[in-house]
Design a protein around this ligand. Sequence first.
Ligand SMILES: Nc1ncnc2c1ncn2[C@@H]1O[C@H](COP(=O)(O)OP(=O)(O)OP(=O)(O)O)[C@@H](O)[C@H]1O
Ligand SMILES: [Mg+2]
Length: 258
Amino acid sequence: MSLLTVSNLTKRYPRGGKSIAAVDDVSFHIDPGETLALAGPSGSGKSTIARLVLRLIEPDAGRIEFEDNDFLALSGASLRARRARLQTVFQDPLAAFNPRATVARVLDDPLRIHGIASRSERPRRIAALLERVGLAAELASRAIHEISGGQRQRVAIARAIATKPSLIVLDEAVSALDVSVRGQILHLLLDLQRQERIAYLFISHDLGVVRAVAHRVILLDAGRIAESGDARAVIDAPRSAIGKALLAAAPRLHRTRP
Ligand SMILES: Nc1ncnc2c1ncn2[C@@H]1O[C@H](COP(=O)(O)OP(=O)(O)OP(=O)(O)O)[C@@H](O)[C@H]1O
Ligand SMILES: [Mg+2]
């Protein structure tokens, strides 16, 4: 049984008096514990799909089933409960969090909002989350703007796993990090996936990273699926025009490893 099933998803935006499909009749599924990557040129619809799956925006057409629920039909308490199982890590945690908030505060929020731990239990849970993502417990009292980009992305991952999600949407989550930090964060993600069987919808314009971490990949072109399949098979020998163009633009591909 698949974890997430997206069927015929379409999202249109007005442009110049007309409407263009940012996402055009897209269907895919993700199995438990699997990494599905979305790749494609800028403007091909990757982030729009992420926002639709997270229900930050509503589609014009299509269905999203998540953990056997009609996800688009959920509202109120049932939506909140299901949202705990579907988390996200964005590219820039400095923009996603209040930069003056402490690390403890950022991690306390999901535990409190989703009723996961009592007030007295939460400091211990926060320390355990920090340890889980390879950060010292002392970091809890620091402000978000005082820690490094790599540490911030680890805090964002700690926050995402606080509610025990089955799926995490990662939209260019490692793209802003320098190569060595990126490798460490990718290792952490793979480790979490192995241990907790978390699935990832992994969005990246970097085919080398996609090849290294994803099981399957979908290549998007102007909102439509151009090609999909086993990540290594597709990236090593793309059949679509957009796949060939993306590969040609990634000269250092085979040297990129997490
Ligand atoms: N809120 C919006 N209003 C109007 N058009 C939008 C909006 N959001 C996205 N679009 C358009 O939808 C298309 C897909 O955008 P999207 O952000 O999903 O692309 P992307 O693949 O994530 O690109 P990038 O690699 O640059 O992040 C683009 O043409 C974009 O201009
Ligand atoms: Mg994007």
